[in-house]
Each structure stands twice: as structure tokens, then as C-alpha cells.
Design a protein. Structure first.
Length: 107
């Protein structure tokens, strides 16, 4: 199965959420992102959710899916007026991109 944008968005692989959907779908779950939400609420931090996604084990993440998630994260961060105190990233798993593997093989 291809781990492309469409598969993430349709929830075939697990899930993919943008903006306020991140909190709506992940709050109270047993995930790293839910832990971020819990602590932020208890500490009074303002969250600016950008993008969250996960996939059940499957094929390599396509370059398009990686770039889509990256671009959504960057676009979301650019909407913040003023200073950011931090960025919370829950990076987990073996996210392999064919393009990057090919570049590594050439070096």
C-alpha cells in the first residue's frame, strides 16, 4: 500500500488532520500528541495546531505526502503573530522516502 496524501487523508492508513481537527480528533487518546494537548491545557499554554498524521505499518511514505505535511506545518507556523515559545513534534517510526534513499545511495 502506498503511503500517499490520499491514503492519509481518507484515513486508510490511520489518520491525517489539519488545524483545529488535530485537537478534536486526538485529545484524550493514547498518543504523544494527546499528551502535548493535556500538558498544554494544564499549564495554560496556547496551542497552534498545524498538522498531525499517522499510519499503520505500510509502504514508504511518498515524497508528495512528506512534502504536503512539511508544507502544512510551515504554513501553520507562519500564521502565528508574535513569538513562538516552542514547537512540539511527535516524530515516531521509520519514515522512509524513496527520493532520500536514492540520494544516500549515490553518496
Amino acid at each position: 500500500m502506498r503511503a500517499d496524501v490520499e491514503a492519509f487523508q481518507k484515513g486508510v492508513l490511520g489518520g491525517f488532520w489539519q488545524g483545529t481537527e488535530v485537537i478534536q480528533h486526538l485529545k484524550g487518546k493514547n498518543t504523544e500528541t494527546a499528551g502535548f494537548i493535556d500538558v498544554a491545557e494544564s499549564e495554560g499554554w496556547e496551542l497552534v495546531p498545524t498538522v498531525a498524521g499517522f499510519a499503520n505499518p505500510c509502504g514508504r511514505v511518498t515524497t508528495d505526502a512528506f512534502e504536503f505535511a512539511r508544507d502544512e506545518l510551515v504554513a501553520g507556523l507562519r500564521t502565528v503573530s508574535g513569538k513562538l515559545d516552542g514547537v512540539l513534534l511527535a516524530l515516531h517510526g521509520a519514515r522512509l522516502l524513496r527520493r532520500l534513499m536514492m540520494l544516500r545511495a549515490k553518496s
